[in-house]
Design a protein around this ligand. Structure first.
Ligand code: NAD
Length: 372
């Protein structure tokens, strides 16, 4: 893929377009997926920071459409907006404004915006059309793709959610120019998850990445999106293979919830990086997974996503118990038989406790103030 200005990934149902010249492509895609009739009602849900930074640019490609923007919600992004109360406030406003059922929600922002927007789009008048314009690396490679959305209940992650696929997702890497370094690193962690699920060339390329402020090449970005889309398309409603995308998330979400409650929130990607490391060690121990590459990935994660303290099992437990992937009294986690060969394992609470203990005691981890 060289010098291609517009790349399409995925099938007709909910494709992703990566565009290096958004003002050239957005209108064309809009007409293709929405139509060229005039006065379509649009409601915008956008990250305030992103909107402030990119307003004239965003307007340069949205102003060419024949639309009526009936309402613009500018939100301060973060886990705090992924709440039912926030969704309810916006829905009330839209009802007061008589936003019709044939309106389109345009979400512009990171994963917290696309999760909130996707949820509202799926419930408002039983479903509005949705278009995503992700602006963080996390949202471009993961959160805005595949039609899954979620809200938190307090600090318990993603307890409520629906499936509601966007008409299309429009990825403009240009947005990444203003993404802070910690947020870029957060996105790279989910890309490494894609690497572990793929296990081949993409993983190899990821191991050479230093997850700092530099945005990935368009080709790496496209590869990462392609891995997610292939999995989603094979199982859109998460009955089987799509669960593999939860690799590292049982512990990752628990870390995220724990640190949010303790008042020192960490990025989603940072939490996932730790969850992934924990699962690599578990796979090594449970599945006899031995490979130099596993050690390389663990070292990569360990080097780039540092925590000062690992919470002990008793601190993590309540977040793990609330995790959405539980069935009855057992939990489902994703382990790796080999790189690129994930599988689902049912496990009880004691099993998870042992995995955590193994992780905390693993040789080679730097001194992290572990206290169990
Ligand atoms: N639904 C899914 O399939 C899925 C998958 C992965 C992650 N997620 C969710 O996504 C969320 C994390 O996404 P996120 O990391 O994008 O969070 P986010 O929306 O909070 O964005 C992170 C930060 O980056 C800023 N930002 C975003 N784009 C920017 C830009 N172009 N320039 C400057 N600043 C910018 C935001 O203002 C925010 O401060 C989590 O809630 C996670 O659960 C969902």
């Amino acid at each position: 893929m060289k010098n291609k200005e517009l790349i399409r990934i995925g099938n007709n149902t909910s494709p992703v377009f990566v565009s290096e010249i958004p003002d050239k492509h957005f209108k064309r895609l809009w007409q293709l997926h929405v139509g060229s009739h005039t006065n379509t009602t649009v409601v915008v849900l956008a990250d305030k920071q992103v909107y402030d930074l990119h307003q004239s640019w965003i307007e340069s490609f949205t102003s060419r459409l024949n639309i009526t923007v009936a309402n613009t919600q500018l939100l301060v992004a973060g886990e705090k907006i992924k709440q039912l109360a926030v969704a309810e406030t916006i829905i009330n406003e839209w009802i007061a404004l008589s936003i019709p059922k044939n309106a389109i929600i345009l979400c512009i922002g990171g994963g917290t915006i696309t999760d909130l927007g996707g949820f509202i789009a799926s419930v408002y008048k039983r479903g509005l059309r949705l278009i995503n314009i992700p602006t963080s690396l996390m949202a471009m490679t993961d959160a805005s793709i595949g039609g899954k959305n979620a809200l938190n209940l307090g600090t318990y992650k993603n307890q409520i959610g629906t499936f509601h696929a966007p008409l299309f997702t429009f990825v403009a890497p240009e947005f990444l120019k203003t993404l802070p370094e910690t947020e870029m690193a957060s996105g790279y962690a989910e890309m490494m998850k894609h690497g572990l699920l793929e296990g081949k060339n993409f993983l190899k390329k990821m191991l050479n990445i230093v997850p700092n402020a530099a945005a990935p090449s368009t080709s790496l970005l496209v590869d990462s999106i392609r891995i997610k889309i292939q999995i989603v398309d094979s199982d859109p409603t998460e009955k089987s293979k799509r669960m593999f995308l939860n690799l590292g998330h049982t512990f990752g979400h628990a870390y995220e919830g724990f640190f949010a409650t303790s008042g020192q929130p960490i990025t989603h990607g940072c939490a996932i990086a730790w969850g992934l490391t924990e699962i690599l060690f578990a796979s090594e121990s449970i599945c006899n997974l031995h490979s130099k590459k596993i050690k390389d990935v663990a070292a990569w994660l360990n080097q780039h996503y540092r925590f000062d303290t690992i919470p002990i099992w008793e601190q993590l437990k309540e977040y793990i118990v609330s995790d959405k992937k539980n069935i009855s009294s057992s939990f489902r986690i994703v382990l790796l038989n080999e790189l690129g060969r994930p599988f689902i394992q049912a496990i009880d609470e004691n099993g998870l406790k042992s995995i955590h203990s193994l992780f905390c005691n693993k040789n080679g981890l730097r001194n992290l103030g572990i206290n169990n």
